[in-house]
Design a protein. Sequence first.
Length: 610
Amino acid sequence: MKKLVAGALALALGFSAFAQEAGVHELTGSAGKISFGAWGRSTFNIGETTTKTKIEVTTKYNDDVLAGAAIQTNNALGSVLSNGTSAVLAAANSAGYSNDTIKKGIDDQVIPVLAAKGVKETDDTDTEWYASVAPDWSYGCRVGFWIIGRTNDERWGFDFNLDSDAAALFVGAQNYDGKDPYGNNAKNMKQKNGGISYAESGKYAVAIGDQAKIWGIFDFNPIDLKVAFGKMREQELRGSIGDFGQRESADVRSEDDIFTEMWPVMGMFVSAKGQKGTALEGLYAAVDCDAFGLVSSASESDKELKTKLSDLASTLQGGLGYTIPGLAQVKAQFIADSIEESNKKYSKEKYQLARDAGMGYDSYAGRFEFGIDWLGFAGGATGLGDVDLDKTPNANLIELGVKVPLVIDEDLRQYDPEKFYNFYACLGTMGVIQKGFILYKAHVWGGKGKSNLSAYTDITNSGSGLLDYTGNAANIVMAGFDALTEVCLNPFGAQNNFAGLSFNYNITLADADGKCKIGGETQTVNDLKMSQHKFGVEVYLKHTFAANNYFFIGVADRLTIAKMDGTLDISSSFETMKTMLNLNPKASADLSYTAITNKVYIPVGVEMFF
């Protein structure tokens, strides 16, 4: 068990080949063994952000608009209207009104109207210093304690960990915006300005972490049947290639982008695993349900948290995999889901717009996932955590995962493209060279979906996106690449100093035609094109101490370039010409939106195990 835990720790640290057995302590009694330990991680960033935003508006008018404007400016020109638009313009020109002069007069009236709707020319630059903490999945700083118990025959046990981090502030309480991200009943929570205050936050600063389960394994030769109850993260089939402890630029893919783990928050888990030496060795099947996802608040007369079985079905997750040691693992799973308000995995407001549009259980049922892990360079191991680096100093894992959502109503895709995509795929590789002289990791990923474009154009998160595209969903293609390599600077010495380099590039492309909202009013936009490019690079130095512990400092840069172009139909602004002068006015405004954000910062981080 000790070796198993140490191996898991090494994998969590990015499969550091120099990891020693640390952070694991054992107590042995007549009933079995208890292992325990503690760990912490945090990164502090300080840097400068520069944002440049430019919006250009170019108007275009046909001859009927120019002629109509000339007539409205000089009524005497109306006498030549019967001779056609060209005659009106010729008469206006001879009267001293050039086409440019007429167009300027129109713009002097139209441009302010567009500006009132939020379409106005700007060319702004903003620079500020900032400080932040990472990793974002623990809101900046995570300190935890874990304890596991096993009977002597390894057939019964429990797993528990306690975390103290900023995310724990919101468990069972309301967020600062007055909303409960976990859907819990927060009626007893004191509110100040719509949420909790720092003075009140202390009592929520500690919470259950990833594990709080009790389990048992039953021998039904040729399989072992495992049953678990509580909160858990089961990772038998999960992807293995994730981050390296924030020693990298942002926007990288995670293990779950390849193949999602099983993670019931308050539920039940059952798995069947083929026993070694039998015909079913390598086979694995599992299913779980998450009662937390749909529990209803207990009444005063009934203290039991419960849910309907029909609702519970939307929390089911089932997976199947087969592993050939040293060769490959193939796997597939289905994760049930819904956007119903009763699904407490999401805040009540998250899909309210979709529900208002009549969507619900019949619109989204979950997703299928398929994956394959190539273990041909893992020295006969079933995974990277089992590799014997003395025998296989050059080890490598390659993983591929594909996700396909079961979206019944196609219109649902526009509400959340990264969840209701058409498809998504991620290819990852990770390994060591010469027993850790070089560590490396990389992902290549891509997907296709539909969405509101403003979510991708407003790169500053300031609400200043040019268009709020709420009509026909825009077609979106997303793709990216991230890579990291880490080299030991003293491979023949203490092997405790490293230099690392990471890079990532993400691109989002979109196009659309149809109705959109500008300044709260519905407008028609044609040939709308959007592109967003994100670049990230980080160089760092890392020093390990006391086995698995490390400290690092680096220099990083993140650059985002977003651009949107489209043509706004403004012909409706000249309805008077159409009705009174019997003309056919055609007018448009070419819109161009460009935003560039660059962040240069210094990350300083530490991770420790005890």
